[in-house]
Ligand binder design. Structure first.
Ligand SMILES: Cc1ncc(C[n+]2csc(CCOP(=O)(O)OP(=O)(O)O)c2C)c(N)n1
Length: 381
């Protein structure tokens, strides 16, 4: 007689209140980053959409090089380039409807511009001229967020509120791999999943948080796997494949819109340039790694696919380049004009009611400016 038989009818059972909540398997990301370009799936993609993505990628790359040049000319204080990440940026903007909201981080000026914000206004904050620089309501684009991951709970709050009001709105929030270590990331994903809020979280895993590589950021199998712990699906995508990015983000937006709840999308990509113009990336990574990623360039990947299929010719490529050049020339010209700024504006729109401390500081600045006015004309409030 075995020990179990001796013990008679004893059968271990789970605690009474426990029951399986869901099968985690459908939430798990693909084993490898999802790709469309260079695979059978590319044949099914809409060539018009791919051409539109291509033109936007070319424009985005040119925007990055122009903005970086402006930092060297002293016309822009700081610029976090997204060269190499253009497919994530452009796909995020194009996957949304006009009525939806985008919540970008400081690296996401391309997504902001692709959504319709004036290219100069998108740089106002980075120039140090004005809070935000554009009207968030005009194109439904929240301010470029510098404090990491703080845009995520904002996106969840907006999406949840919209749902309560019965508005058909999806929020797409962008964050870097480093941002996933922030408490705001955890709080946002947890609330979004519990409330089934219509949100899409896009993590651009570009390999580094300034000099900190992903291996020092997390021990998770992938950032997309984090989704499972919150009870939402995680998707792992090749972030340099514009067609894959657009498809996965569009699916996630559709899912959110139809009541399916949030999705976490991890885009595997690479930051080709330094963190910003103030960083020296050669101090923490080697040329070979950068070159390997240059060979997986988002524009080249799409261009090769489209030309091989006879869906993009040299004239169309040239037209995209010329359009990008015209945008860059206009950006350069307008950024070279000295902005007309009133330093007293600094105190406006910070609080609904100005605090005593700010009133004091405002008076101090006014006095200083008036003392320095002597022979200058000016309108100080
Ligand atoms: C709350 C907070 N902590 C620290 C910083 C300083 N900081 C600015 S950028 C950055 C790295 C962020 O890396 P990642 O999230 O991967 O985004 P990436 O810059 O690569 O797009 C850090 C730590 C910050 N802006 N906000």
């Amino acid at each position: 007689m075995t020990v179990m038989e001796q013990r008679g009818a004893y059968r271990p059972s789970p605690p009474p209140a426990w029951q399986p909540r869901m099968d985690p398997a459908p939430l798990l990301p693909d084993a490898e980053p999802y790709r469309v370009l260079g695979t059978e799936a590319a044949a099914k993609a809409d060539p018009d959409l791919l051409r539109r993505l291509h033109a936007q990628l070319v424009r985005g790359r040119r925007y990055n090089t122009q903005a970086t040049a402006l930092t060297k000319q002293g016309r822009l204080a700081v610029y976090p380039s997204s060269t190499g990440q253009e497919a994530c940026e452009v796909a995020a903007a194009l996957a949304l409807e006009e009525r939806d909201w985008l919540f970008p981080s400081y690296r996401d000026t391309l997504a902001v511009v692709a959504r319709g914000v004036d290219p100069v206004e998108a740089l106002t904050l980075l120039r140090g001229d004005w809070h935000t620089g554009y009207d968030p309501h005009a194109h439904r684009v929240a301010p470029l967020s510098t404090p990491l991951a703080t845009q995520l709970p904002h996106a969840v709050g907006l999406a949840h509120a919209a749902r309560l009001k019965g508005d058909d709105v999806v929020a797409l929030a962008m964050v870097g791999d480093g941002g996933t270590s922030e408490g705001d990331f955890h709080e946002a994903l947890n609330f979004a999943a519990v409330w089934q809020a219509p949100v899409v979280f896009l993590v651009q895993n570009n390999g580094f948080a300034i000099s900190v590589p992903l291996a020092k950021q997390t021990a998770a199998p992938s950032l997309a796997h984090k989704a499972v712990g919150y009870g939402m699906p995680g998707r792992l995508v090749d972030g340099n494949d514009a067609a894959a990015m657009h498809e996965v983000l569009s699916d996630a937006v559709r899912r959110a819109r139809t009541g399916g709840g949030p999705t976490l999308v991890e885009a595997v990509t690479y930051r080709i340039e330094a963190h910003t113009n103030a960083d020296d990336a050669t101090r923490y990574r080697g040329d070979a790694e950068v070159e390997a990623w240059r060979a997986h360039d988002p524009i080249q990947l799409l261009e090769r696919e489209l030309t091989a299929r006879g869906q993009l010719d040299e004239a169309a490529i040239e037209a995209a380049r010329q359009d990008a050049e015209a945008m860059a020339a206009d950006l350069r010209e307008r950024m070279n004009r000295d902005p007309e700024l009133n330093p007293m504006d600094l105190f406006d729109h910070v609080y609904a009611e100005t605090t005593a401390q700010l009133r004091e500081q405002r008076a101090l600045l006014r006095a200083e400016l008036e003392a320095g006015q002597d022979d200058k004309e000016g309108d100080l409030r």
